[in-house]
Design a protein. Structure first.
Length: 244
């Protein structure tokens, strides 16, 4: 009876709903599986990796801080706690044996021009800067010095360091040296000024140890020397030049 009713119900179906005898009844197609989160239709995960690679890894790595900034530019250490009377020569000698760029010592000053107890020192290479950091909390005079890595020496300060030495000379043909090795000779001074025209007998050592004077053939020659050689090295000592 049950099979008979099923047969009769099938005959009662409207003509448009009756399956053709030769047409199989198809099961409904399964729903498409959802795409994995984060990949999308075109493989967004791989695309994201490509973006990171093309951007230098900034999306995942971020900044390296002050060290990262210094690696692409100046190699600078900031000093804090200096005696207010500290000179560029004393600061350079604090880092004795380490190479500082010419004009690389910059003493900080306040609005009135007085020393602030801070300075920036630019080194020629990263290895010397790392060695310099080993001197953190060592002393200059009675004061212990704090050292910090920083990104760069302010450009305005660098320009001032380069130009100040040449100011105020007028027509002087005589320069004073400070910071020379204690055993310096006249021959050492002549070698330091090799390529410059000096007066005969123009090199005088003293009156204090590590100092001396040099007389050039002209004021223009003296100016050329102070602009080029101020804050250069004689041996492992950092030399300051002034008009005398």
């Amino acid at each position: 009876m049950r099979a008979h009713r099923c047969w009769r119900r099938r005959l009662c179906l409207p003509q448009w709903r009756r399956p053709h005898p030769s047409q199989p009844v198809l099961a409904p197609a399964p729903a498409p599986a959802p795409a994995p989160v984060g990949k999308g239709a075109g493989g967004a995960t791989a695309a994201s990796k490509a973006v990171c690679a093309n951007s230098g890894g900034h999306a995942s790595g971020g900044s390296n801080g002050a060290e990262g900034g210094a690696s692409g530019g100046a190699i600078v250490i900031k000093m804090r706690g200096l005696p207010y009377s500290a000179s560029e020569t004393e600061i350079a000698n604090f880092f004795s044996g380490l190479r500082i760029v010419p004009g690389g010592v910059s003493i900080g000053r306040d609005a009135s021009g007085r020393a602030s107890g801070e300075a920036h020192v630019e080194f020629t290479n990263e290895a010397d800067a790392q060695s310099a950091m080993q001197l953190n909390r060592q002393r200059i005079g009675s004061r212990y010095i704090e050292l910090f890595r920083t990104k760069q020496l302010p450009s305005a300060t660098r320009r001032a360091v380069t130009s100040t030495a040449a100011e105020g000379g007028g027509n002087s043909d005589c320069l004073r040296l400070r910071g020379m090795p204690f055993n310096s000779t006249e021959a050492d001074v002549l070698s330091f000024f090799k390529g410059y025209s000096l007066q005969s007998g123009g090199v005088k050592l003293g009156p204090q140890v590590g100092q001396g004077t040099v007389r050039f053939s002209s004021a223009d020659e003296a100016r050329r020397a102070i602009v080029s050689l101020n804050h250069s090295y004689m041996g492992n000592r950092y030399i300051e030049l002034f008009y005398n």
